[in-house]
Design a protein around this ligand. Structure first.
Ligand SMILES: NC(=O)c1ccc[n+]([C@@H]2O[C@H](COP(=O)([O-])OP(=O)(O)OC[C@H]3O[C@@H](n4cnc5c(N)ncnc54)[C@H](OP(=O)(O)O)[C@@H]3O)[C@@H](O)[C@H]2O)c1
Length: 261
């Protein structure tokens, strides 16, 4: 009896990115697809933008899908897990995925003295409680050997007045990443923190793009002499999720062009 000598075709790894409809999440999704990943993105309100990203990824020959999710509503996570399981079964004939990128988020620029309890709670729900409980809900669906990438900010290392509440949540995310890395290491799951510097996206109302004074200020405090662009971030995300980064875990990787060094 003849035996086939060809090796079995490896299924593409699947990455799930929260907040993939715009900005850094969108850019990461497109670069992951270029690197051979299938991608599931989530969006909160911009369904059309999310579908456009899905189509761009499919045009690259990879599989993609978009699901609605508000990361600030932890009570919705059990229903989200059920939607995700149904999607994995129908779209990929799989029960699990490989990589989780906790990226979704909003900014707040306000002095601590003027920050209300409601604003604090909103930031906490989106940036800290959301990633904590979403990760808790999704870890059983992540394949051994996969990875988790949590999004922080350069603002945890340097202080810019007005970002105290926001950066406080991001600091918590960095601690969460290290603990997750320790607890999930036995399953071969790597957990890292990505800390972007100031990047021109819709973040904070797109202020870095539309305000020339702010853009000049950021450029002046950045070793590489300009504000960041989404294309400075997406390839790093793709690299950190790939097998090239298999020995990197429990690390905070700052991608800021050298802000405030
Ligand atoms: N840009 C920067 O300078 C910078 C620097 C450091 C860190 N970061 C961090 O990087 C991440 C992405 O920021 P970005 O610059 O890409 O911002 P962005 O362009 O404003 O995009 C934000 C994304 O997050 C989603 N989102 C917002 N609130 C959400 C919620 N409650 N639930 C679910 N999804 C939500 C949005 O979905 P919809 O499109 O549906 O609204 C969108 O996809 C954030 O965690 C941010 O804190 C950004």
């Amino acid at each position: 009896m003849s035996q086939s000598t060809s090796s079995p075709v490896q299924a593409a790894p699947i990455a799930l990115i929260t907040g993939g409809s715009r900005g850094l999440g969108r850019n990461a999704a497109l670069h992951l697809a270029q690197k051979g990943f299938d991608v599931i993105i989530t969006y909160r309100s911009k369904a059309e933008e999310a579908q456009a990203v899905v189509q761009q990824i499919e045009a690259q020959g990879r599989r993609a899908a978009a699901l609605a999710l508000d990361v600030g509503q932890a009570s919705s996570f059990p229903a989200f897990v059920e939607s995700l399981k149904a999607l994995l079964a129908s779209h990929w004939q799989r029960e699990r995925f490989d990589h989780l990128v906790n990226n979704a988020g909003v900014g707040l620029h306000l002095p601590l003295a003027q920050t209300s309890e409601a604003q604090f709670d909103e930031l906490m729900n989106i940036h800290l409680k959301g990633p904590f409980f979403l990760t808790q809900a999704l870890v059983p669906l992540i394949n051994d050997g996969g990875s988790i990438l949590n999004t922080s900010s350069g603002l945890t290392r340097f202080a810019v007045p007005g970002y105290g509440a926001y950066a406080t949540m991001k600091g918590g995310v960095e601690v969460l990443s290290r603990y997750l890395a320790k607890e999930l290491g036995a399953r071969g799951i790597r957990v890292n923190t990505l800390a972007p510097g100031a990047i021109e996206t819709d973040f904070n109302g797109g202020a870095l793009r539309s305000n020339p004074d702010l853009n000049r200020f950021v450029s002046s405090v950045t070793a590489l002499g300009r504000a960041g662009l989404p294309d400075d971030i997406g390839p790093v995300v793709a690299s950190l999720l790939s097998n090239d980064s298999r020995w990197i875990t429990a690390q905070r990787i700052e991608v800021s062009g050298g802000m405030f060094v």
